[in-house]
Design a protein around this ligand. Structure first.
Ligand SMILES: Cc1ncc(COP(=O)(O)O)c(C=O)c1O
Length: 404
């Protein structure tokens, strides 16, 4: 379906392109993004937001354009609500450590969070006495709305924050955000969504979802590495402390005081990753030309091939529901006997199939379920084709039959 798009990705050209199926970790970059990175260094290597010479003003304009493009992509009310960060981890930390907490404030997460949306809350629990609670999922990892409602009721007026990943990197399972948001807001809590695995793969409209914060990874959206983003309702951003103060973050300062800059500048302390921000504009241009619903459907089609090809393998089981429509492009496999890292190495060596192995930063889930060896995770994106996923399936079948 997106076969034409393959031509845009340099690493997919040549005689033997890899079957790159590690997209939940980081995506490949189209030529336009690479060109944009290069353009900064070769044509306008100046400082945006401050210098008034030509390099400075060109970069400032490009950064502002990129912010506006992201705002449109996520349907945010204002481009000033988009903060450029290093990655989703930084965005989540900015929320967690930028708010003022009271002892006993309750923060709810699911039981299948990436460390980036777990450890900041654990840190707040250790250092500031908040009460982090985990909402258990159904046995097949789908969201348990009843357990969530019970957890909200149990927290009562102490409930401050519901912080959950939209789509899990462990299994590709999405949570019902609209329902969650409505319940959380009824309890007076804020909703901070970790969109690292949703913004690259589907339409995410922050106003339709009625959420309060969204963290995302631009490097998983065909954008440059070292780039992430944070969106928040303006009045909420305006109430946050920055976790990195310094240049750019103040309107003015004296020897004794500083006046904070308005969002987003307050959160973008120090000289920015300007090539990354410019290339973010190119990445969002690239995604904006696509139908994100079609990207999602395409990934499910590829996952159907992967699922059907591996589900009956001896000693192999899929994490999450068997129906690929509930797991987007992610096929994450527990293997009874075979070490996931060894299988991942063999897949690459034997057939150029690149997947991820291990605990994918969801140590808590693997520890709780007693699978310390982790899983083998194949994750598809728009530029993958049937040949890629068949190569994965066929090679994995051969490996499992040979080794077990
Ligand atoms: C669900 C989820 N949340 C957070 C992160 C962290 O993202 P980043 O590497 O941009 O900090 C990831 C990365 O894999 C993720 O999958």
């Amino acid at each position: 379906m997106f076969n034409q798009n393959r031509n845009d990705f340099p690493t997919l050209q040549g005689e033997n392109p890899p079957a790159y199926l590690d997209n939940a970790c980081v995506t490949l970059k189209p030529q336009s993004v690479i060109d944009s990175i290069q353009r900064y260094y070769t044509e306008v290597p100046g400082c945006g937001g401050r210098s008034v010479h030509r390099y400075g003003t060109t970069v400032s304009k490009a950064v502002s354009d990129a912010r506006t493009k992201l705002a449109k992509f996520l349907n945010t009310p204002s481009a000033n609500e988009i903060v450029f960060t290093r990655n989703a981890t930084h965005s989540i930390n900015q929320i967690a450590h930028g708010m003022t907490w009271e002892k006993g404030d309750v923060v709810l997460t699911t039981d299948r969070e990436h460390n980036s949306n777990l450890v900041p809350w654990l840190q707040l629990e250790q250092e500031q006495g908040i009460d982090h609670r985990v909402v258990p999922s159904h046995p097949d990892n789908t969201f348990d709305l009843e357990a969530f409602e019970a957890a909200c009721a149990d927290a009562g007026d102490k409930l401050r924050m519901v912080a959950m990943s939209h789509v899990g990197n462990l299994d590709g399972v999405a949570i019902p955000i609209e329902k969650i948001t409505s319940i959380a807001h009824d309890h007076g809590a804020l909703v901070a969504i970790d969109g690292a695995q949703s913004t690259p793969h589907m339409n995410v409209d922050v106003q339709a979802l009625d959420i309060d914060f969204l963290s995302f990874s631009i490097h998983k959206m065909c954008g440059p590495s070292g780039m992430g983003g944070l969106w928040g309702r303006y009045e909420l951003l305006d109430g946050l402390r920055t976790i990195q103060s310094g240049g750019q973050t103040v309107q003015t300062s004296s020897y004794t005081d500083a006046t904070w800059a308005a969002p987003p500048a307050r959160f973008e302390g120090g000289l920015g990753n300007f090539s990354g921000m410019m290339a973010t504009g190119a990445a969002i241009d690239y995604l904006t030309k696509l139908d994100m619903n079609a990207v999602h459907e395409h990934e499910i089609r590829l996952n159907t091939i992967m699922t059907n090809g591996v589900k009956d393998l001896n000693g192999v089981s899929i994490i999450g529901p068997e129906d690929p429509a509930q797991r987007g492009g992610i096929c994450s496999l527990l293997m009874d006997e075979l070490p996931a890292h060894d299988v991942a190495l063999l897949l690459d060596e034997a057939a150029g199939v690149m997947v991820r192995s291990g605990q994918h930063c969801v140590h808590s889930w693997f520890a709780d379920r007693g699978h310390p060896q982790g899983s083998l995770r194949a994750s598809a994106y728009l530029y993958n084709n049937e040949e890629d996923v068949r190569r994965f399936v066929d090679t994995l079948n051969e490996i499992v039959q040979t080794l077990s």
